[in-house]
Design a protein around this ligand. Sequence first.
Ligand code: FES
Length: 252
Amino acid sequence: MTEDTVTVTFQPGGFEAEISRDGNFMEASRLAGVSLESQCGGAGTCGRCRVVVISGEVAEPTESEKKLLTTTELAHGFRLACLASAAPGEHRVELYMPPVSIVHEQKFQVEGLTLESALDPPVEIIEGAVPPHGLAVDLGTSKVAMFLVNFKSGKTEESIGFMNPQFPYGEDVISRIGYAGGGTDEAKLLRDLVVDGINEHLEEMLVDRALAPEDVAGVTVVGNTAMHHLLLGLPVRQLGASPFEPATRDAI
Ligand code: FES
């Protein structure tokens, strides 16, 4: 901790992060690995990221907080994480996250009906060698589903589902586009989050099957236009305004 930083602790759990003096509590939650509800992606308009101040001096509520929170809530220490920050001179703040503000892990349905189809793998199958595998990714705004398919047998050997790691930056595509449209760093952050999420979960599946990364011969990703653009690092700002033109309409 330095003169210019603030340590923020989130309860329950004691998750902690250090942020710069002008940083807000939503930034701290992201650094601490806590997922707070944030339908507007931290734009200060949805009122979903409620936290309660347990200790530490916090800056005066902003006009938006006064609109989105009742006077009773403000009197009881409720604040909006994306708008609230530590008071000048304060170096340590402890916050309580009400259950309603925490993004809960969701159940993922990745099993489904398997249809028989003729195999046409994009790579040569060498007899006796470890069969090559393909990875299919369904990249949704809220959830991501991944399937590891054996190119020789055509069978799905592993499947996994997880929350889209971009979720704390907005629950819907418009909020995500708004965040990514803020600049190249923001767009890169959203891209890195989803690429890292896919890589981490792929590694889990490969370990389960005793496979190496080289055994994955191909990856196919499908997603809506915003997810596709963010993953590929294509410009997204135009997707948020009429006539909502994509940078490309082609599969890549
Ligand atoms: S008001 Fe929407 S995330 Fe804070």
